[in-house]
Write a protein that binds this ligand. Structure first.
Ligand code: PRP
Ligand code: HPA
Length: 180
C-alpha cells in the first residue's frame, strides 16, 4: 500500500451509526479541510488524467461531493465541469435516470447540452458503495452520446459490490483507497 494511500486514509473520519444504525459512514470532509491534504488528494487525480492516454474533454461530478472534487480536477486539467444533480435542481431541459441507493432510491439529471456526442468524460464522486449513483451518471452521459473514459472516486466500499458491478459492466474505475 502506497504512502499516499495511507496518508489519505488517515484523513477520512469514520462515523458509526450514521445516517442509520449499523452504517459506518466514511466522511471525506477532513480531506478537504487541510489545504496540504486537499492538494495531495487532488494531485492524485490530476496526475492520472494529465496522461495523454487518458485524454479527458469534460469532467462530470455527481451530486454533491463529486462537485467538490470534479470541479477542482477540471480546473486543473483545463477542461469544463458539468454537474449531475438530484432531480428538480437543474433549470434547463434534462435527461434523467432513476436508481437504487444504499439507503432508498434517487433520480439524477443532466442538462441536455452538458456534453456533446463523442466527448470523453471523467465521471467523479467521493465514494462508491452499491455503484448505483455512478452507473446512473454513466447512463445519463451515454444518453447524450458521450463516452465515459473512467469513473473516479476517493473511496471504494468493495463489500457492497458496486465497484465489481461497474467493472463487470465494462466501466473502467479508479479509486484511491478502500475500506473492507
Ligand atoms: C453518496 C455518495 C455517492 C453515493 C454512493 O451520496 O456521495 O454519491 O452515495 O452510493 P452508491 O454507490 O450506493 O450509489 P448520497 O446519495 O448520500 O448524496 P449526498 O452526496 O447528497 O450526501
Ligand atoms: N460515506 C459517504 N457516502 C456514502 C457512504 C459513506 O460511508 N455510504 C454510502 N454513501
Amino acid at each position: 500500500m502506497s504512502s499516499t494511500t495511507d496518508f489519505l486514509r488517515a484523513h477520512i473520519r469514520t462515523v458509526p451509526d450514521w445516517p442509520a444504525p449499523g452504517v459506518q459512514f466514511r466522511d471525506i470532509t477532513p480531506l478537504l479541510q487541510d489545504p496540504a491534504v486537499f492538494r495531495v488528494l487532488i494531485d492524485a487525480f490530476v496526475q492520472r488524467y494529465r496522461e495523454a492516454a487518458m485524454r479527458v474533454d469534460v469532467v462530470a461530478g455527481l451530486d454533491a461531493r463529486g462537485f467538490i472534487l470534479g470541479s477542482v480536477v477540471a480546473y486543473q486539467l483545463g477542461v469544463g465541469f458539468v454537474p449531475i444533480r438530484k432531480k428538480g435542481k437543474l433549470p434547463f431541459t434534462t435527461v434523467e435516470e432513476t436508481y437504487e441507493l444504499e439507503y432508498g432510491s434517487a433520480t439524477v439529471e443532466l442538462h441536455t447540452d452538458a456534453v456533446k456526442g463523442g466527448d470523453r468524460v471523467l465521471l467523479m464522486d467521493d465514494l462508491i458503495a452499491t455503484g448505483g449513483t455512478m452507473m446512473a451518471g454513466k447512463k445519463l452521459l451515454e444518453k447524450l452520446g458521450a463516452h465515459v473514459t473512467e469513473g473516479a472516486a476517493i473511496v471504494d466500499l468493495p463489500e457492497l459490490g458496486g465497484s465489481a458491478r461497474l467493472r463487470a459492466s465494462g466501466m473502467p474505475l479508479f479509486t484511491l483507497l478502500d475500506f473492507a
